[in-house]
Design a protein around this ligand. Sequence first.
Ligand code: C2E
Ligand code: MG
Ligand code: MG
Length: 337
Amino acid sequence: EPIEAAAQTEVITKKIQQVMNKSFTIDQHQFNVTASIGLVLFSGQHLSGDEFLKQADIAMYDAKKSGRNMFRFFDPQMQNTINNKVLLEEELRKALVMHQFKLYYQVQVDSHGKAFGAEALIRWVHPERGVVSPFHFIPLAEETGLILPIGNWVLNEACAQLKSWENDASTQHLSVSINVSAKQFHQTDFVEQVEAALLKHQIKPMLLKLELTESMLVDNIENTIVLMKAIRKLGVRFELDDFGTGYSSLQYLKRLPLHQLKIDQSFVREINSDKSDKAIVKTIVKMAQGLGLEVIAEGVETEQQRQILKNLGCGYYQGYLFSQPLPIEMFMVTLQL
Ligand code: C2E
Ligand code: MG
Ligand code: MG
């Protein structure tokens, strides 16, 4: 995993530099030291230790040339990747203040085709890059902790939307699902944040749904159950997103205060041709019914897929067949159609 290795190397390098940059005193004289660091990533190459050190040395001189107190990778491509990441991180820090985030809404429908809610999906509307997909910035936001303010913004934005839907008979029944990342969920005051948002916007808590993923449940399951129960007490409901792609223990599944399972789109994509996918979906639906949970399928793109899902007992859908995720103004227009 070269990219991941480079990212971790960067973190360690910064730590070393931070320690080196601390001033110290000898004989009442204060000293400041900076370090230029050269980095080489290797895996499986048949070079000697000396040759690796030579490469690191070259990278180190490059770091000195770049203004000192810097680090440089020997591999220019790796350096490029890290430079881009640093740039993206800087821009991401500004994005919240500059109001560059926007929530798109994707409709969710029942077996009669009637809209009952929407999933809120974040977009970064960047002045030069255009609309940036969450795939390109959520992982970095998680890594840097920026996901905490971003996640809180999403929560409040979704509540504000629910509030504005409350005033109209045609929209007051609609729910909003938001995606919650692991780091966000496990921060110490997440329950309080949800409570504060409910209070601030004065919405019906049952119309707000939080989407968690299976991977979040792997660590610290006992604590997760406690947190989920506290939020459930506020009236807010939970969905398990991308269901079937992680390693949910059935033992835990029955203990979680869940409302809904969301069948991952990878099982829906070829449901009309792939027998195993169909069998898996059938099993998920049966299991959900047994556990008293609702099931929704995501990534429904064709009428044929919808029909098969319906026959298997899955009565809620989300996907391009009904609508793409849309900015709120357009979402409202399609809702009227
Ligand atoms: P997700 O929650 O599983 O969202 C479903 C993704 O599938 C969305 O991608 C959606 O646009 C896409 N999709 C919907 N219908 C179809 C379809 O019929 N076919 C296909 N092929 N795709 C479909 P998107 O919007 O790019 O979001 C990607 C992921 O980013 C989300 O996956 C979610 O995990 C994450 N994400 C989005 N918004 C937020 C957020 O506010 N906070 C956090 N923490 N994560 C978010
Ligand atoms: Mg989701
Ligand atoms: Mg999903």
